[in-house]
Design a protein around this ligand. Sequence first.
Ligand code: ASP
Length: 586
Amino acid sequence: MTYSTNLRTHTCGELRLSNIHDSVTLCGWVQRIRNLGGMTFIDLRDRYGVTQLAFNSETHPELHRQVQNFGREWVVQVTGIVAERYSKNRNIPTGDIEIIVETFKILNQAQTPPFTIEDESDGGEELRMKYRYLDLRRNPLKNNLLFRHQLSIEIRNYLNDIGFVEVETPFLIKSTPEGARDFVVPSRLTHGEFYALPQSPQSFKQLLMLGGYDRYFQIVKCFRDEDLRADRQPEFTQIDCEMSFVEQEDVLQTFEGLISHIFKKVKNIDIDHIERISYVDAMQLYGSDKPDTRFDMKFTALNDVLQHKDFKVFNEAELVVGIVAEGCANYTRKQLDELVDFVKRPQVGAGGLVYILCQEEGKFKSSIDKFYTQEDLKRVAEKCNAKVGDLILVMSGKTDAVRGQLSQLRLEMGSRLGLRQPGHYKMLWVVDFPLLEWDEESRRFYAKHHPFTAPKPEHEALLESNPGAVFANAYDLVINGNEIGGGSIRIYNSDLQKKMFTTLGFTEEEAQHQFGFLLNAFQYGTPPHGGIAFGFDRLCAVLSDSDSIRDFIAFPKNNAARDVMLDSPATISEVQLNELGIIIKK
Ligand code: ASP
């Protein structure tokens, strides 16, 4: 592979000792200038690396004089002879050589960048977002984007090899009331009508199955106008997939193959089997449907051993549940207080936390000593399998709430104890999700996954009589506590799909208005089908042990969904508004 062009013979990452005495031309950015009196050295950088340029005041006085005016990030072209360096730099592949420059050309000058273009920059995040094109020059971001590219190639190759075809689906579609809020685009041709940007290509991939494509995938942008929780983006990328004539097992096996391939190729890690856990078990054991299973610390329900004593808080709770932090019985008062503060933070929202220190055989110290005997606490320790030296942390309340809170504390303890090590991957399929979720506020059911997910065939009959008890053929892939993918076997019968819409509170007319195209399509020979979508940005981040998907997106938005580089969203002109028939409420 050669990267030579009319402007350069080599890249800045290419030259080695074997090139000594060659005459070469390089182009790049001035990374660093070091003036050592008689000699001036410049590090010239491009995507491929850095090469040292040497300017000697004795042999090339005029050149040496001119480069004194060079500034950081100037774009230059230099021609010179490759020479062996006296003091070699073992840290970079070009560290054995330098270029004795004979001529140079300034291709472009640059203003001094607002932050240093170094691996560790002095620029804050907002500033770097504003000048994203400069931030993209830094190695950490560059390597992330190169990694993302490599990953996308591996995914495409693997899926292509097993017969998946990539089909593009439209971005200007129709708003649907289910799921997250849509981004909408006003129509100029019909005032008062709007397109919506797809939250996912869900309907289209199902229609492609109807169209006979059998195996579809697409690495595709999706748009959701949600309030941005930490590390979400209003536009993000999915690896969207669908297959025909499959049952759940086929989908899980196929994508286990994809995940194994990815891990082998980019991490050299062998994965031969992905464990499975039911939704019900995940909630019971970890309080979360995306548990981080790099560490154990499972929940133990303690109602039977802690209720019916004098402690009112526990007696009134729906669930009393605990975890064991191994080896933490020596926690100081301060450390314990920190944990109490942690659960009381608004993000966690608990009322309090009870701790039991297992100090010596049969000897316990707890924050509930007033209400429980040593014998009571011993029973608790036995129930949770806590040993001498362990710390038991107990929370109580409404089942769903307390599970969520204890799950956050479990993750916190996992982090504190160094049990969530980077480079260590634990993945699992969470299966058997409930089909529906009851919302107390609107007093109606919502689809837990989406309204096209099929109920388990044996539960179909319950859809009318007891919808809350219906389970779905739906599955999520979880890696290290991150939901990386989710999908389901779909409904492929229009009657069942109509029944599902009715269960979700749609009138027949509403269902027809919103999803008529799908209901109609289902009457023209729909194959059984199912699929999955993976969050591509998140997958990149997780595989790189990063918490931030933003670092894997070339031009991301900030926490307020703004593109601070473009300064968008922004107002549009009166002319544009008029064309669209839009009046802005002041
Ligand atoms: N379209 C779904 C989603 O975006 C994934 C799927 O069911 O395949 O969550």
